[in-house]
Design a protein around this ligand. Structure first.
Ligand code: ANZ
Ligand code: ZN
Length: 835
């Protein structure tokens, strides 16, 4: 027999699938449909190992679904707009389009080498006018449905690069690229009204049973529905100060009041000290997370607020942890039961009253160094004493409403989605500014509004803004001179509807509703947990918005979601001048004494096993490993060892083991003897049980378990002697590994003289009779108590079971020499001994 040669087999079978269009999805097929989707990649230049793991999992499922009689849609495309292309343009003087398309070509070739079962006929790239032109049409539809608006809002402005920066691009208050101090600027920006769908998006989470709880919880928190009370304090200054609280039940525990630095009460203060404090607050980060962890800072305004029930005068502070754009930008602070307030009160020596306790007897229990945010019974609170939290909330809301001082209110954390980017490499926002008519949508028949090609990136700022002619148009309404919008859309918009375009690709509209109805929702979506919030929430929002406008029926795009773990690898590093410097594996050599040396003879340490990343120099290039081991070994490695949701540590030994298994399987496949005769019941059983179990594992995405079972079956077949059963088992084994190692499986299928492609072959049939266990557990009772359990062959005779029961030491001890009067046997279940 010959050796298996991955290099030639991989290419041969990839061509065969291409030629036969094996993975082309036919929406007119009457088979049940299955849409398997992995998050499409950003064309950064090269496929990385995380992509390989992600796409291998999706591929196994897609191939399995096909084998089990489904018409499968498993498409691939490119999330192709975004900053890195513009950075490349600035650094290397290449056009973002050219750079992106080159990357796509290269990465597509890399994916093809891995043998993924993709329908390439549906490939799309979001940077092409035949994609983003449809996006422009959808954006206009959303505008007409009242879900798009413009609003002046604050942005991070880099005065050197003359551009708006995303929050992540501001590092310590400076532009990530220019290093210039970032300014806050007010600009007119485009927004999508995701807040209109807050309630729906929250409720919809309840139907997503097949999403990880963690992701649902993250979305729930992000949407952040909170029910509470808005009411006003009377201030010593004569003003009224509205505050928002979710814990009105704790109102007797309020010992001070606090406002945000941007709050009118703070802004109205004249003193230099107050102004200096406000300026200080602006320096820090502005995200909720940063405020949560920053040191609490406050400034006493000298103003006091009258407590609505006790009449006490509470001091009013400006505090850095109060956000202006949440609630009313002002709070009643209850240090005993809110951790931020607790830290603040501790720092400024303010009272920390207890108003919630485990029981009424604990009214004076001291705090243990932190606030107690939980449930309990209300204490030290006049008419609320003894109530539970919910009853006290209702009572305070009722009384405050009676006083005409406020009302119960629901507040959402979710903000409308700002989609304006002052960038070139994105979808142009299809609007026109006319002096006479204002903001006018571009006529649909003028779409796509394409990006100009003749742009330069050597001058800072938005190339669209300084292009001499691009933005000059006639107003579609009055015909006068007008200007195009030069903002482009956030790239998250591009990924909010691509799964619809995969389902159908008409030239004259974004998608065909009937086709969408055939495929959607995506049966299984797989991707990184880093998209748990934004991408997945935006895609859910777009789907609901389009359903709301009557364009589609489906409301939730992804019926089932899986977030896979990362691929990790050891790092090699040493301290150089106080900094950690990383070395790539090929930059070091291993000395006899285990010491690792760099070229200059310095010693490095084996560092932590962490996510592969270029900066840590611990990446493994998929091309290199496919060259060395072949696609099947790489795919097998991605599925072995670690459960798919956990991290997978890359190891040379691991991939070598996978490669050896590929060749071991090949030897077994080569031993297939079509003419063998004779049966082997126990091997038949093992084979059928494995088929059933591997199917269950794949359906549950338990790939590592499926792998373990396949190893087991392989071992069992190797041990068995030649028989018809063994040959059948070998054929079945090829089918079981086909989703994971498709090239090897095709090669074996052909060598065994089977007809057609294994990729087209149906999943092996399971004979239910062979799944039944051949051993049973027998309970042995004496004096009505269980004395022992025995394992016996199924269908064993009564005499055999009696003998086995009496042979048991435990049973003999129980009988203890007494006369046996009767033995009752229930076949396959029980032996009862009566003495
Ligand atoms: C009194 C209180 C007592 C509060 C207590 C909490 C616990 P969630 O639940 O996340 O919506 N808050 C209100 N507006 C704020 C703002 N602009 N900046 C910072 N904090 C603000 O949070 C609502 C709670 O956060 C509100 O309820 C308020 O503090 C605070 F034992 O009021 B609470
Ligand atoms: Zn006009």
């Amino acid at each position: 027999d010959t050796r298996f040669d991955p290099a030639s087999a991989d290419a041969r079978w990839q061509n065969a699938w291409d030629k036969a269009q094996t993975f082309r999805a036919d929406s007119n097929s009457d088979k049940p449909k299955s849409y398997v989707l992995e998050m499409f990649p950003y064309p950064s230049g090269r496929i990385h190992i995380g992509h390989v793991r992600n796409y291998t999992m999706g591929d196994v499922l897609a191939r399995y679904k096909k084998a089990t009689g489904h018409e499968v849609l498993h498409p691939m495309g490119w999330d192709a707009f975004g900053m890195p292309a513009e950075n490349a343009a600035m650094e290397k003087g290449v056009h973002p389009g050219g750079w992106t398309r080159d990357n796509i070509e290269h990465m597509k070739a890399q994916l093809k080498r891995l043998g993924f079962a993709l329908d390439w006929s549906r490939e799309l790239a979001t940077c092409e006018p035949d994609y983003y032109g449809h996006e422009q049409a959808l954006f206009i539809d959303l505008y007409e449905a009242g879900l798009v608006y413009r609003k002046e809002s604050e942005v991070n402005w880099d005065p050197v690069d003359m551009t708006v920066l995303a929050n992540e691009q501001v590092i310590d208050g400076k532009g990530w690229r220019s290093g210039a101090e970032v300014e806050k600027r007010k600009l007119n920006q485009w927004f999508l009204k995701i807040t209109d769908f807050a309630e729906e998006l929250l409720e919809g989470l309840g139907s997503l049973d097949n999403w990880p709880d963690k992701v649902r919880l993250m979305q729930e928190n992000w949407i952040g529905k909170s029910k509470g009370l808005e009411f006003s304090f009377d201030l010593s200054s004569g003003d009224r100060l509205p505050v928002y609280t979710t814990r009105p039940d704790t109102i007797f525990g309020a010992s001070f009041v606090a406002v945000a630095a941007d709050h009118p009460v703070a802004q109205s203060l004249d003193s230099g000290e107050a102004k200096a404090f406000i300026a200080e607050c602006k320096k820090g980060g502005t995200t909720a997370a940063e405020l949560e962890t920053a040191e609490k800072l406050g400034f006493d305004t000298g103003i006091t607020a009258k407590h609505p029930f006790t009449g006490a005068d509470l001091p009013v502070f400006i505090a850095n942890f109060v956000l202006m754009d949440y609630g009313t930008g002002a709070i009643m602070a209850v240090p005993g039961h809110d951790q931020r307030d607790f830290e603040f009160a501790t720092k400024y020596g303010l009272p920390i009253p207890r108003v919630v306790a485990p029981s009424v007897d604990d009214a004076d229990k001291p705090f243990d160094g932190e606030a107690e945010a939980g449930e309990g019974v209300i204490v030290n609170s006049d008419f609320l004493d003894g109530m539970d939290v919910e009853a006290a909330k209702r009572e305070i809301i009722r009384r405050i409403e009676d006083q005409g001082r406020g009302t119960g209110k629901t507040v959402w954390r979710l903000r409308d989605w700002g989609v304006s980017r002052q960038r070139y490499w994105g979808t142009p926002i299809p609007f026109i500014h006319c002096e006479k008519c204002g903001v006018v949508p571009a006529p649909k028949d003028s779409l796509p509004i394409t990006l100009p090609e003749d742009v330069d990136f050597q001058t800072p700022g938005n190339p669209l803004l300084r292009h001499p002619t691009w933005s000059q148009v006639d107003c579609p309404k009055c015909g006068g001179k007008a200007e195009r919008e030069t903002d482009t859309l956030d790239t998250f918009v591009d990924s909010s509807w691509y799964f619809l375009r995969f389902a159908s690709q008409p030239a004259d509209k974004p998608f065909d509703a009937e086709e969408v109805a055939k495929w959607l929702p995506v049966e299984q979506y797989i991707g990184g947990v880093e998209h748990a919030i934004l991408h997945l929430l935006y895609a859910r929002f777009w789907t609901r918005a389009l359903a709301h406008m009557g364009q589609i029926e489906v409301k939730e795009p992804f019926a089932s979601l899986f977030t896979q773990g990362m691929v990790t690898h050891e790092t090699y590093s040493r301290k150089e001048g106080g900094k950690t410097v990383y070395y790539a594996p090929d930059e070091i050599s291993r000395e006899a004494e285990q010491a690792l040396l760099t070229a200059d003879g310095g010693e490095v340490e084996i560092g932590r096993v962490i996510k592969m990343s270029k900066s840590k120099k611990n990446v493994v290039d998929p091309d290199t490993i496919v060259d060395t081991y072949g696609a099947d070994a790489v795919r097998w490695f991605m599925l072995s060892d670690s459960p798919p949701e956990r991290d997978l540590p890359w190891s040379e030994a691991g991939i070598e083991g996978c490669s050896r298994f590929v060749h071991r399987l090949w030897r077994l496949f080569s031993a297939h003897d079509a003419g063998a005769t004779g049966g082997d019941k126990s091997l038949d059983r093992k084979t059928h049980q494995t088929v059933a179990a591997v199917a269950d594992d794949i359906e549950a995405l338990g790939f590592n378990k499926a792998v373990a079972r396949i190893y087991e079956l392989t071992g069992a077949i190797e041990k068995a002697v030649s028989s018809a059963s063994r040959s059948a088992a070998i054929r079945t084994l090829a089918q079981l590994v086909a989703p994971m190692m498709p090239h090897l499986a095709e090669e074996a299928w052909a060598a065994m003289g089977q007809e057609g492609l294994i990729a087209e072959a149906p999943w092996p049939q399971v004979d239910p009779a062979l799944l039944i266990e051949d051993e049973v557990t027998i309970a042995v009772q004496h004096k009505g108590k269980l004395r022992d359990t025995l394992t016996a062959p199924k269908g064993a005779s009564n005499e055999d079971l009696e003998a086995m029961a009496l042979a048991s030491e435990k049973v003999q001890r129980s009988i203890d020499g007494a006369d046996i009067r009767k033995i009752i046997v229930v076949p396959d279940r029980l032996v009862n001994i009566v003495t």
